[in-house]
Design a protein around this ligand. Structure first.
Ligand code: ZN
Length: 175
């Protein structure tokens, strides 16, 4: 047995993605697209009206008590998290989102428009993370941007976090 060559690996991976859907998703209503210098995002390909279901989100279900927490996990209920599959895995946060998440069935979530969504606009929801640890700064560009990808109630805590971090950095610099 010889190891996979780079070329053959790329060819087989493309086939796998296409036929088994691991990284491939086809839907006329939405599209996963690259955002310049910012990774991937999910974009509306048609208009969605307020309260309209945009996509059904599938994923791996994880019990709260057995989960250490990755960043992109969605909270379903008191017992379960969902690690969303493609394309929902590429949904970005916004402090002024155009969608929200609801639990649709026992095993799936729904992305629902909360305002009029024009074609070609990026679909976003509010991640609302807890400031238990360092949380990335937000660059959503919304007028009311909270500065970090955290829930409204957590902003104060995050500011304190940031101050401490800054102090530590300055100390390291001067040492
Ligand atoms: Zn923001």
């Amino acid at each position: 047995m010889t190891a996979l060559s780079k070329k053959r690996r790329a060819k087989l991976q493309a086939k796998l993605d296409k036929h088994h859907g691991y990284r491939h998703y086809e839907d006329d209503d939405i599209a996963v697209k690259e955002i310049k210098g910012c990774g991937l995002g999910v974009f509306a390909q048609r208009q969605f009206l307020p309260a309209e279901l945009v996509i059904e989100i599938h994923g791996q279900l994880l019990r709260h008590d057995q989960y250490e927490g990755s960043t992109y996990v969605m909270e379903m209920d008191e017992q379960w998290y969902m690690e969303p599959a493609v394309p929902a895995a590429f949904l970005n946060h916004s402090c002024s989102p155009n969608c929200e998440l609801v639990q649709l069935t026992k095993y799936t979530m729904g992305l629902v428009a909360i305002c009029n969504v024009e074609p070609e606009s990026q679909l976003t929801f509010d991640y609302g993370w807890q400031a238990d640890d360092w949380i990335p700064e937000c660059r959503c560009g919304a007028k009311n941007c909270r500065g970090w990808v955290v829930e409204k109630s957590q902003v104060k805590k995050m500011r304190e976090f940031a101050k401490k971090r800054e102090k530590k950095r300055n100390k390291a610099k001067s040492a």
